[in-house]
Design a protein around this ligand. Structure first.
Ligand code: HEC
Length: 148
């Protein structure tokens, strides 16, 4: 059937918006550098410095538990060790458990962990009045992040 030959290929049509976007980007590029107004040449494509490198190298602070790590290092690591293994400098006196083991992690709910931090437990002092209330759920999350 001859009519099939003139039917436009839908894949071909779908490229048109991309071409228009490229032309628009070029036009905007020229508008930003009026001193450079002339016909675009292929070698221009590679010559200019772009900002993408700087964006890619920008430092990212994507650690949502940074505050909890700070509190733990200051208030808890002396007994629990920096990563909760129960090996801080005061561990020999207080014998805290290794909070990272699967056995220990499975033995407590988040609420039980929060309650121990708030109210103390055994030889561990209560922190409910020393910590801002937002800190306790974050400390629970930090301790959960150590689950092996
Ligand atoms: C003076 C030492 C000491 C300090 C400081 C300390 N802990 Fe503890 N912690 C312990 C001891 C000892 C235990 C074990 C208590 C028990 O089960 O008898 C414990 C237990 C725990 C547990 C387990 C509780 C449970 O339900 O078994 C968590 C969680 C915990 N501590 C978190 C913290 C956090 C968070 C901090 C800081 C805000 C902190 N600890 C500061 C000594 C300490």
């Amino acid at each position: 059937m001859p009519s099939e030959r003139v039917t436009p290929n839908p894949m071909g049509r779908s490229r048109h918006p991309t071409w228009r976007a490229a032309a628009l980007a070029m036009a905007l590029g020229s508008a930003c550098t009026p001193s450079n107004l002339r016909e675009w040449r292929p070698e221009d494509h590679d010559s200019g410095a772009t900002s993408t490198g700087a964006v890619a190298e920008a430092p990212v602070n994507d650690d949502p538990l940074a505050a909890a790590r700070g509190v733990f290092a200051a208030q808890c690591a002396s007994c629990h060790g920096a990563s909760g293994h129960g090996d801080g400098p005061m561990a020999a006196m207080f014998h805290p458990a290794d909070l990272t083991t699967p056995t220990w992690q499975a033995s407590r709910t988040d609420d039980e962990i929060a309650a121990s931090i708030r109210n103390g437990r055994g030889a561990m002092p209560a922190f409910g009045t020393q910590l801002r209330s937002e800190a306790i759920p974050l400390l629970v999350q930090l301790i959960r992040s150590w689950r092996r």
